[in-house]
Design a binder for this molecule. Sequence first.
Ligand code: PGA
Length: 250
Amino acid sequence: MKTLIAANWKMFKTWEEGVITAREILVGTHKDLPEDREVLIIPPFTLLKGVGEILLSQKNYSLGGQNFYPAKEGAFTGEISPVQLLDLGCSYALVGHSERRHILGEKSDFLASKVKAGLEAGLKIIFCIGETLEERKAGKIKEVLTSQLEEGLKEVEKNLAPELLTIAYEPVWAIGTGEVAGEEDILEAHALIRDWLKNRFASGDKMRILYGGSVKPDNAAKILSLDNVNGVLVGGASLKAESFNQIILA
Ligand code: PGA
């Protein structure tokens, strides 16, 4: 399994800014990129084509969508389908990011239907889970993570090929706050997720688990060295090639 270094650009960057950053990322990393590392850029929809043109001819660089609606096509004004993401060269898509759960109000049934529709269309899904600070303080981490996994992945077949599903553990209180989870917290959450995956899927031991939440150049190498951490999902520090490139090569 390749270590996945993913950039979530959220709702940032104009066309020109995005294309320039993508070029800087490629130029700054492709010569030194280890064979067992994959770089994934998840830009806003408006930049999929521009970033794809720069990255997609390169081995181990991939493109992903931040969101999609769970239908092939139809009268869903303002939405985008998995087929349209694939059409622009996306191989991955995020589902369940905390900003979609907490700001856009997406509920577990809807997330489950997205996971199903995305996989059926042929996208690899990065399913994001994580507890809020309140839930952490109430000692409910295991309960929260387990129910997010159970509910969001309820439609997925047991024999799914492991490369098609990646879990991203992103404690909500660590996203965009500069506050990174401690090593013990990450180890504990990832071990719990690994156990759950092994019980639930035939190849759950081979599915990747990413950590996300204030990953920066100075903590990336340490986080990537931890047990059951198979990559990182990076927001803020992925917006500038200078910092993202250090994480890619960490
Ligand atoms: P952050 O975002 O790196 O800015 O904390 C991570 C994410 O939202 O995926």
